[in-house]
Design a protein around this ligand. Sequence first.
Ligand SMILES: NC(=O)c1ccc[n+]([C@@H]2O[C@H](COP(=O)([O-])OP(=O)(O)OC[C@H]3O[C@@H](n4cnc5c(N)ncnc54)[C@H](OP(=O)(O)O)[C@@H]3O)[C@@H](O)[C@H]2O)c1
Length: 254
Amino acid sequence: MKPVCLVIGAGAGIGGNVGRRFAREGYHAALCRRTDQDGLDRLVGAIEGDGGSASGYLLNAVDDGTIEQRIEAVEAEIGPIEVAVYNLGAQIGDRPLRSTSYKAFEMGWRLGCFGLFRLANLVCPLMEERGAGTLLVTSATAAVRGNAGQHSHAAAMGGRRMLCQTLNAEYGPKGVHVAHILVDGAVDAPDTLGKMLGPERYQQLRETRGMEHDGLMLPERIADTYWHLAQQHRSVWTHELDLRSFSDSPWWNG
Ligand SMILES: NC(=O)c1ccc[n+]([C@@H]2O[C@H](COP(=O)([O-])OP(=O)(O)OC[C@H]3O[C@@H](n4cnc5c(N)ncnc54)[C@H](OP(=O)(O)O)[C@@H]3O)[C@@H](O)[C@H]2O)c1
C-alpha cells in the first residue's frame, strides 16, 4: 500500500505539480478539483506516464461532506494519507466594501478557512494515531497584508494563517507538521491566474514577466519546496515561509 499525498485543489499550477512531485517520490497522488474532468485526466495521465500512481476526483470542497467523504474513501481504498495539501484559493479580485456581498465574503471564508478546518479535523487525528504526517497549506500575500478591495480574500487568508498556527500548537507536539506557505506573487498557473486574466492578458504577462524572465513563480519549482518541507527532520520544522520571484518586491515593501 502506497502512502498518499492528498491534494485539495489540484489544477495545472501548484496543486497538480505538488501531486506530481510527490508521485515521483513514490506516493500515490489523490487529486481533487471542482471542475474539468479532462484537466484531471491529463494530470493523472502525466503522473502515470512518469511511472507514478495517481487518481483524480471532481468535488466541490465547499459542499457539506465532500472533503470528509473523500478522506474516508482514500484511507479505505488507497492508503494512509501521509501528506495533505490544502491548495484552494479564495481570490475574487478587488471589490470595494459595498460591492462585497455577504455571500461572497462567506464563500471566501469557506474556501480560505473552513475547508482547511474540515480537512485538518479528519487528517490531523489520523496522522497523530500514526505518529507522523504533514499538512501543507498554500497561502497568499493577503494572509499577512490587508489591502483595498481585499476584504473577503484577506480575511479568509488571514484566518487560514492563524488556523495553521493553532493547528501547529496542538498537533506539532503530536508529530504532525503543519506548514503555512505564503506564495507572495503571481504564479504561472493557467487554471487560476490564467482564467482570471483571460488568455490574451495571461499570455502577455507570461511573455513579459514569465517564462525565461522567471518573474512568475513556476509551480514545478514551488513543488520542490513542498517536497523539501515534508522531508524536514522534526528538530528543524519550518512552520511558515514565503516564496517569491527574485525580481518581485516582498509583501512588506509592496
Ligand atoms: N496563481 C497565483 O498567482 C497565486 C498567487 C498567490 C497565491 N496563490 C495560492 O495558490 C493556491 C492555488 O494554486 P494555483 O493558483 O497554482 O492553482 P492550481 O493548483 O492550478 O489550481 C487550484 C485548483 O483549485 C480548484 N478549486 C477551486 N475551488 C474549488 C472548490 N470549491 N472545490 C474543489 N476545488 C476547487 C480549482 O479547480 P477548478 O479549476 O476545477 O475550479 C483549481 O484548479 C491558492 O491557495 C492561492 O491562494 C496563487
